[in-house]
Design a protein around this ligand. Structure first.
Ligand code: ZN
Length: 160
């Protein structure tokens, strides 16, 4: 590891400890050339999956966020937590196999493909909002609006 102070590539590890709930190792190092101490973090390479947002920003893939979105889209539908977990894992596997991070749209479409086989209404709800899938609050608001629309349509049909 190159020393941030003098750029010498010769150091010794002074201290190693677990960090970030065990998902990383923090090492204190000391440069043997100038004596500067610095810290490095070591993580498993596949821990951080990323996606590209519409803005072009890259952010970590967040399965929890995806599941929260699914939970909203599938509210009062016969699709449950086990399905959400399976979809999230399937999408995660797909991302893992890609050479470069997918866009959030690509992720949305991957989710839709799996959701369609499970429940049409959930699929439609998710389809109408996956574009705004970057922010859970926006997402839930849009789903709420759509749910109202669907309910109105259903009521109109029944009153005929
Ligand atoms: Zn140094």
């Amino acid at each position: 590891m190159r020393c941030p102070s003098c750029s010498a590539d010769d150091d010794r590890v002074v201290d190693s400890r677990s960090a970030e709930d065990g998902s990383a190792i923090r090492r204190r190092r000391q440069c043997l050339a100038c004596g500067e101490r610095f810290t490095t973090f070591e993580r498993a390479e596949d821990v951080l999956l990323t996606v590209i947002k519409r803005s072009g920003e890259i952010e970590p893939f967040d399965a929890g966020k995806l599941i929260a979105g699914l939970r909203s889209a599938c509210k009062n539908r016969p699709v449950g937590e086990d399905d959400f977990m399976r979809i999230a894992r399937g999408v995660e596997e797909e991302i893992r196999q890609e050479l470069s991070p997918p866009t959030t749209q690509t992720v949305g479409i991957a989710v839709l493909e799996q959701l369609r086989a499970l429940d049409e209404i959930s699929y439609l709800r998710f389809a109408s909002v996956y574009k705004g899938f970057e922010d859970v609050d926006d997402f839930q608001r849009e789903v709420g609006l759509l749910t109202k629309k669907i309910t109105k349509k259903t009521e109109a049909k029944h009153s005929k």
